[in-house]
Design a protein around this ligand. Sequence first.
Ligand code: ASP
Length: 421
Amino acid sequence: MNKKKKMGLTTKIFIGLFLGLIVGIIFNLYIPSSYIKDTIIVAGVFDVLGQGFIRLMQMLVVPLVFFSLVTGAMSMGDTKKLGKIGIKALVFYMITTALAITLALMLASVVKPGTGIDLSKVVGNSAAEVAPAVSLKETVLNLIPTNPIKALAEGNMLQIILFALLVGIILANLGEKAHNVANICEEFNEIMMDMTMIVMKFAPIGVFALIAKTFSSLGLSAILSMVKYMLTVIAGLGLQLFVVYMVLLTIFARVNPFKFLKKFFPVLGFAFSVSSSNATVPLNINKLEEMGVSRKISSFTIPLGATINMDGTAIMQGVAVIFAANAYGITLTPQNILTVIAAATLASVGTAGIPSVGLITLSMVFNSVGLPVSAIAMIMGIDRILDMIRTSINITGDAVCTTIIAKSAGEEYFNLEKFNS
Ligand code: ASP
């Protein structure tokens, strides 16, 4: 049985997904309702395993985002000499993410991936409601925590993000004076990344239980919306890659975008298989150097991008929001949509560049407009494959921004001959 010792996590998750699907459908179609089936197995075992896994993921959110941001901001402050480049990168990263999420929301509003299922049946949250509208003034004021500890304890992400950024920037400015705290933050960041990896080991079981529960309650009707959701995310990612990035490269870097894509393709493939922006950083920098982009810029903007710029993740989150709203029969107001754009842009900043974190920060986006977090259970099973694709988009976004910034910084930083060779 144990012959193949090293079966990858992705494979295991797929097996969990597939088995969950089969068991769920068999339960739904062939096993009549009974105490054992409904209460013990579906609402008992499946639910405990599935919800247990969701709780494990939720456990990670606050510390993961906090330390990932503090260390991200710290490394940015380190490179103050690059001040101008830093600001440019930041602005570019934010704009491309906001574009990505807007694109995803528009696309998903047309496709309506979550219509046709009633999630309130599965999660039992029939009282799902959109959060009461808050005025713009309150939204702005709410970014500032009156008590950072309370913000952390309550998981108020926007406040946590603001506080974390301040801590990170100040740590970078203080340098040696606060190196103990800086080291502790870096070490905690490592701990949280490791913990994420450990939690993800339970993903196959969690996915099995979640999918089995979903399909035993919903049957085949759920498959269609899951496929619709998946295809919508993939279409959004495709548009970002083949339209948005290509146009940006043409207009701002004035290089042949197809040449860019062709040369950059191996990096995309690598990101696809490791599902981690962080792990792709060295390859990304090397490849860009081969393409004429100076390391002086990329060694700063690529790791920064791997930490804060997640266009692909934002696209998945945008589609997921519409999917959940559809599935719960919730109508989002224009103000809700703006909140989602802001929350997903910030969530992308707080998403660490390792596998599956986008799914964790998705709960923050859902919370921002009061969508039931339990809807994430529905898409969790297929998230692994989407994670692979969106990570490829995430790192391409970093590379596109870096190329544009290098080009605008002058010939010293971008060698067009090398690019064209
Ligand atoms: N895996 C993604 C990345 O490393 C993050 C995510 O889960 O969306 O870029």
